[in-house]
Design a protein around this ligand. Sequence first.
Ligand SMILES: Cc1ncc(C[n+]2csc(CCOP(=O)(O)OP(=O)(O)O)c2C)c(N)n1
Ligand SMILES: [Mg+2]
Length: 271
Amino acid sequence: MGVKSATMKRPCQHSRAIASSPNLIHSGLAGARDVGTARAKCSDWGLVEREITVRTIALPPTPPCYTNPTLQPEGAMRPRRIEALQSILQAFPEDPLVLTCGATSREAASLGRRDNCLYVVDSMGLVGPIALGLALGLQGAPFRKVVAVEGDGGLLMDLNCLATAGYLKPDKFLMVVLDNESYASTGGQPTYTTNLDLTAIATACGLRTWACQELEPFAQALQEAREAPGPGLVRLKLAPGNERVPYLTEDPAVLRHTFETFLRSAVAGRG
Ligand SMILES: Cc1ncc(C[n+]2csc(CCOP(=O)(O)OP(=O)(O)O)c2C)c(N)n1
Ligand SMILES: [Mg+2]
């Protein structure tokens, strides 16, 4: 594996760019292979220039796709993640959406890329804190809600964001939890939500909550949650499994830049 010198042309978020490659391999990208490393000069938005090491991996053409019917036989009757994402994208065409890693970001992007979406492709557990920070920072902005689209596994990784949202009560914070009772993106291992109610936790933290099992009540809950004052959480129980959709291979710094540009122009244009 040779170490080469190169200058990165695109904006690059130094440590995030480096960290993303090894993490991607652990995120269920079976078949990904390390094909080389290079030393690169990274200009971070033109402000800082530093030397970094970039690993390059070759990806298989499509991600693995599976369902695990032995895990949750009743799950077959539940909505699929991609159907829930379609409802969310329809309900919030102009509000900022922060989408969790793994299959959720991939499936949402497969429905059509949108500038109002931040695809948090690899940072599990950070969707809630990111959306919470945005909801606090954008209190006077012309958005109705900042929506965190999180998985059950991702939310369990950072439950604190519910306690903080309940305490600070940012009006624009809305979390939508797509609860398939499993870490579907990485193989369908069960999470605690097989017998833990995330809406009960959110209610205890002081959030307004909606618990849904089907798509129609879910779409209705999204409309209500959009208009309701104060922080909220909508939970939908989902079937396990993932769709066979392409990987999101863009640098996270580029994905962030697109979203940031959307936020800046929306705030400037509508404020
Ligand atoms: C800190 C960290 N740990 C583990 C992973 C690998 N990983 C990516 S997605 C995922 C499963 C997420 O589960 P959930 O939030 O329930 O979403 P689902 O895939 O079930 O829709 C895991 C373990 C990661 N990206 N980051
Ligand atoms: Mg899950």
